[in-house]
Ligand binder design. Structure first.
Ligand code: NAP
Length: 547
């Protein structure tokens, strides 16, 4: 039964980042739906609201990592850098919110605490931490993929007498590192970006590294007016090329095989991609790097050699050089002067793989062998409960009282990475088992929101009320995504969050679709063309769909 004080809407939207903002625009401004959106943050921005740590910067060129849905917006907005820093991306999202008048539909500082499907009414009920109850036929979740920081395995953080910061939940005030002994735990994309900046500011910086990473230069530069004009002259073609690329960027220089190339040819290609920056070495060098160990070894060795060239002390260089897992099986970080930071006399590297962190203490960090490291400031760059974490955190209950937690007990189960069987009318933007983080996010988000809005229209045009994947379609999709992952080297990484391996106890199943954005988009088009193949569309009281 619907809660007596509930506010009723056509759709509930979760999040006010790239996904939530576009969903509000698409449903409210373009489809005239009554929507309400929620975000735990105090304003728009999503990931770019929370991740304010020093050095936070996008690592897909913003000319590509931006909305494509409005020609005037993409023509008029000017990025000052090729890979802008967090404040500029946040300003862009604030501008989008103003330009399309989105804020009036968003409740900020409000977290969804439960989301429950009513089988009789075919409605979702959302409760918030403000004690409000909202009811809607449709839910679009833009809760994000990397929005729930992982709880570190070690204890004692509450005992630390100094200042503690988490990269994924950074305060709004300026953090003063001057003259302080700073310890940073974690060398993923966040830690690596932060190290380069904090090293310049801290009295002394100690980097606690467990698994060294294959970081490569981002290659940032101030926007070149001629390049910007050329790109804007035919933005539509640029977007089309992006959408037809595995990663959603219009790169076009990938060569078929590193193994088939000679040593000299490889060196030339690797040097070129390294110097041009971005994800070119990862995705625009050789097509077999993610699939073939021998091919992967060539680029892994190239990166190790480059690290040794950049780091003065050979022992430190060797500790920073990744070994024992293939390049690209953990998300490759992009850096600016990261390796050079270790040439500073006031920066130390500590190996916490051979000597793990045992606990945070009042004065700093204690390692397994009893070593005590003293800090004034501790920075946690220890990552996220990726992809499934944000959805599970909302306490979702679907048909017949079955929770999403139960449904995903062995890992995520979705159809197209967008919906789950038994959870009708709930669209998970860039959900688990979709290309999401392996596709340029704003474009992945637009594709998913467009698909969801079209599906809602399709259902309503038929005078129906409910859409959900069939269990069979879901099972096939899960099997397909697992099969794709097995054909790559991804399962070989011991700690990758792509596989759910970074969080102790998390089921280990691939969290991303590895067939590439173009194949995925073609599959979505086929599904629609075949009359929403794999989905059951029904009336209210739609247990009939499975009767
Ligand atoms: P991450 O890649 O998961 O890295 C977490 C780091 O913390 C790893 O080095 C990990 O070591 C370490 N760690 C975790 N628990 C530890 C423990 N108990 N003891 C010692 N070390 C521990 O997380 P992230 O750096 O926040 O990045 C997550 C994702 O966010 C990225 O992959 C990327 O997709 C996205 N991101 C993007 C950007 C960008 O676009 N510019 C920037 C930042 C982040 P192990 O590897 O040994 O587990």
């Amino acid at each position: 039964m619907v809660h007596p004080t509930a506010e009723s809407h056509d759709a509930i939207i979760i999040g006010a980042g790239f996904a939530g903002l576009y969903a509000v625009h698409a449903l409210r401004n373009q489809q005239a739906k009554d929507v309400i959106a929620f975000d735990a943050a105090g304003d728009v921005g999503g990931t770019w609201y929370w991740n304010r740590y020093p050095g936070a910067r996008v690592d897909i060129e913003s000319v590509h990592y931006s909305y494509s849905f409005d020609e005037d917006l993409q023509q008029e907005w000017h990025w000052t850098e090729r890979f802008p820093a967090q404040p500029e991306i946040l300003r862009y999202l604030e501008h989008v919110a103003d330009r399309f008048d989105l804020r009036r539909s968003i409740r900020f500082n409000t977290r969804i605490t439960s989301l429950t499907w009513d089988d009789d009414e075919s409605l979702w009920t959302a409760t918030t931490d403000a004690g409000e109850v909202h009811v809607a036929r449709w839910v679009i979740s833009g809760a994000g993929t990397l929005s729930v920081p992982k709880k570190p395995e070690f204890g004692g953080i509450e005992n630390f007498a100094g200042e503690t910061y988490t990269t994924g939940n950074w305060p709004h005030h300026e953090v003063d590192f001057a003259g302080k002994r700073v310890g940073i735990i974690g060398v993923g994309s966040s830690g690596i970006q932060a190290v380069s900046e904090i090293a310049k500011q801290a009295g002394h910086l100690t980097v606690l590294q467990r698994t060294p990473n294959y970081a490569t230069p981002i290659g940032n530069y101030a926007t070149d007016p001629a390049e910007e004009a050329a790109e804007k002259a035919d933005y539509a073609a640029l977007r089309e090329a992006s959408r037809n690329h595995f990663l959603g960027v219009p790169y076009s220089d990938v060569q078929p095989s590193a193994v088939a190339a000679t040593l000299d040819e490889r060196r030339e290609v690797f040097d070129d991609r390294w110097n041009r920056g971005g994800f070119r070495l990862f995705i625009d060098a050789y097509g077999d790097i993610l699939f073939d160990h021998e091919a992967n070894d060539t680029v892994a060795q190239y990166i190790r050699d480059r690290i040794h060239e950049r780091v003065d002390d050979p022992a430190t260089a060797e500790l920073l050089a990744p070994r024992g897992y293939p390049y690209g099986t953990k998300r490759p970080p992009l850096e600016t002067d990261y390796y050079e930071a270790f040439n500073r006399p006031d920066v130390d590297l500590v190996d916490v793989k051979s000597n793990p962190i045992e606990a945070v203490t009042e004065g700093g960090v204690r390692l397994a062998d009893g070593t005590e490291l003293a800090f004034d400031v501790l920075v946690l760059a220890t990552g996220f409960d990726a992809c499934t974490g944000p959805l599970l955190a909302m306490n979702v209950t679907g048909r017949r009282g079955r929770t999403l937690k139960e449904h995903w007990a062995d890992g995520p189960q979705t159809y197209l990475g967008l919906m789950a069987a038994g959870f009708p009318n709930l669209f998970m933007i860039t959900g688990p088992q979709s290309p999401s983080v392996l596709y340029n996010m704003p474009l992945a988000i637009e594709d998913h929101v467009d698909f969801s809005v079209a599906a809602i229209s399709h259902v309503e045009e038929q005078g129906r009320a409910v859409i959900e994947p069939t269990p069979e379609a879901e099972q096939e999709w899960v099997a397909h995504t697992n099969e794709l992952a097995q054909a790559t080297l991804l399962p070989d990484s011991p700690t990758s969050w792509y596989m759910g391996k970074n969080v102790p106890g998390k089921p280990q199943r691939v969290l991303v679709y590895l067939g590439g954005a173009p194949t995925y988009r073609a599959r979505c088009d086929e599904v629609v063309a075949a009359g929403y193949e794999g989905f059951a569309i029904s009336d209210r009281h739609s247990d009939r769909a499975f009767a």
